[in-house]
Write a protein that binds this ligand. Structure first.
Ligand SMILES: Nc1ncnc2c1ncn2[C@@H]1O[C@H](COP(=O)(O)OP(=O)(O)O)[C@@H](O)[C@H]1O
Ligand SMILES: [Mg+2]
Length: 144
C-alpha cells in the first residue's frame, strides 16, 4: 500500500504553509520529513493522516492494506493526545473498541503493544503518573 501526497497546498489565513507538495511513500518505505520549526511538517502530517482538510490537493492511499491490518493509517501525536481519565491500557485499547475483534483478541493485542513498548508494568497507570517519554510510548503502543 502506498501513501500519496497529491499536489497538497494549505494556508492559515494569509499564511501560505504548504505549496503544491507531491510525493509517494511505498509499502515498507520509511520517510522522514525534515525542516525548521514552523515550516509546515505537522500541518502536512495532519493532512496525510486525514485530520485536516487541505486547501488544495489531496492525500490518498493506493493499493490495499496488509490483510492483518486493523487500520491502514495510524498516528503518533507530538503532544501525546492521551485520554487523561484512562489508564495506559485503556488508552491503547481505545482505537480497538469499535474494531471487529473479540474482547479476548483485543486484550491480547493491547498486551502485546504494551509489552513491545516496555509498558506492561505500567498498564494501570494514568498519563499524569507517567514520564513524558513513557506517555509517548503509550501513544506509540496505541498506534501499534
Ligand atoms: N491551526 C493553526 N492556525 C493558524 N496557524 C497555524 C495553525 N497550525 C499551524 N499554523 C502555522 O503554520 C505554520 C506551520 O506550522 P506547523 O505545521 O505546526 O510547523 P512544524 O510542524 O513544521 O513546526 C506555522 O507558522 C504555524 O504558526
Ligand atoms: Mg510540528
Amino acid at each position: 500500500m502506498d501513501l500519496i501526497a497529491d499536489h497538497i497546498s494549505h494556508r492559515f489565513g494569509a499564511l501560505d504553509v504548504l505549496d503544491d507538495v507531491s510525493f509517494a511513500v511505498g509499502g515498507g518505505e520509511v520517510v522522514a520529513i525534515v525542516g525548521p520549526s514552523g515550516c509546515g511538517k505537522s500541518t502536512l502530517l495532519q493532512i496525510l493522516g486525514g485530520l485536516l482538510q487541505p486547501a488544495g490537493g489531496q492525500a490518498r492511499l493506493r493499493g490495499h492494506p496488509p490483510t492483518d491490518s486493523l487500520n491502514p493509517l495510524t498516528f503518533v501525536f507530538q503532544d501525546f493526545a492521551l485520554l487523561p481519565w484512562a489508564t495506559a491500557e485503556e488508552n491503547v485499547a481505545f482505537p480497538l473498541l469499535h474494531a471487529r475483534i473479540s474482547p479476548p483478541e483485543r486484550r491480547a493485542l493491547v498486551a502485546d503493544a504494551l509489552r513491545r513498548t516496555g509498558l506492561s508494568d505500567f498498564r494501570n497507570a494514568y498519563p499524569k503518573q507517567l514520564s513524558g517519554g513513557m506517555r509517548q510510548r503509550v501513544g506509540i503502543a496505541r498506534a501499534l
